[in-house]
Write a protein of this length. Structure first.
Length: 82
């Protein structure tokens, strides 16, 4: 996971990989208060479906955390992304 921010414009962007690690999940929750100060929070979300790679984009910390949790659980269980 990569997080880029631009403090002067209040923008933070997440680049979410196919799987989320323990450390990535922990980092998001430890820095949630810092991230909430940004006015625009968006994500580019890598999706691999049937060997086809697609990028989905969305906004909002709640949606991003939901997707991070889903990818973390999918990675832990060894299931494919759906």
């Amino acid at each position: 996971m990569v997080v880029k921010s631009e403090d002067s414009s209040g923008l933070v962007i997440f680049y979410l990989p196919e799987r989320i690690t323990d450390r990535q999940l922990e980092w998001v929750y430890q820095n949630e208060m810092i991230l909430s100060k940004y006015s625009v929070i968006g994500a580019y979300n890598l999706q691999k479906i049937s060997d086809e790679v697609k990028w989905e984009n969305f906004y909002g910390m709640d949606k991003i955390k939901k997707e991070i949790n889903r990818k973390y659980l999918v990675g832990k269980s060894g299931l494919k992304n759906k």
